[in-house]
Write a protein that binds this ligand. Sequence first.
Ligand code: PEP
Ligand code: MG
Length: 311
Amino acid sequence: RKLRIRTNADTPAMAETAVAYGAEGIGLCRTEHMFFEGDRIDFMRQMILAVDQVQRKAALKKLLPFQRKDFVGLFKAMAGRPVTIRLLDPPLHEENPMLGCRGCRLGILYPEITEMQVRAVFEAAASVMTAKKSPMKVNPEIMIPLVGFKAELADQLAIVHRVAAEVMEKNQIKIDYIVGTMIEVPRAAITAEQIAEEAQFFSFGTNDLTQTTLGLSRDDMGLFYDEYQRKEIYNKNPFASLDQSGVGKLMEFAVENGRKARKDLKLGICGEHAGDPDSIDFCHRLGLHYVSCSPPRVPIARLAAAQAALR
Ligand code: PEP
Ligand code: MG
């Protein structure tokens, strides 16, 4: 096969399972999943419900040690393999509109959230790299969610670079890292050439890209899906198997135009489609570098990627 197979994992246990199945890296660590445990969920709630920056910063200060410890665990479990960490994209749409204040909008409104997360990533990397017992190399890949404008990415990038430089200076260490973006709204795909001027990698978030391209929420499709299938309007569930002639066209456009701005642009996919054989075949033909799927699908993804290469 040509495609690398990464995994979507947020805990050391998930990461270890995926590596045992042959995963070559983490393509998506959803950091919002790292706040559910009983010892930190209250601080997360305090952060969400904070009425001003003072309250928010106080909650973030309490969250930082948990984030740092979790990233240390994740980096150790991955033993030098690439790890893509996505900044917070909490599913607040369970309370709010799906397309409300989420993804990078959150970090743009409240830069202290981005700052805390980036600090946790780099402090964890520094601690793993300088550990007395079995130090390991760590090359974090920071990923910004729900970007549609180059300026959104630039805003968050400035924070990432500033905090990374601070941590490296303080620890007298050089950490090689890259910063990229999810491509999960049509505008990001359409303006890929501009976005690639800032992004070192693209990871197609085909869950949201499907939602936003089809104008459809993954949470309430059940209401009409059976009828759509019966009438053969959808041949397949578009959240399970990539809508190649619609969403796929946007991906194709983004790959072609992103590469115009950056020849060595890294390209991957981390939506659920990354574990579906037909979608993997499409990603192979598109020339992506990797697919990132959930741990139990890693063996299927490896096989499907090999079959795609043979075909
Ligand atoms: C996506 O949108 O494809 C994605 C991977 O992000 P999430 O599922 O967390 O929205
Ligand atoms: Mg998404």
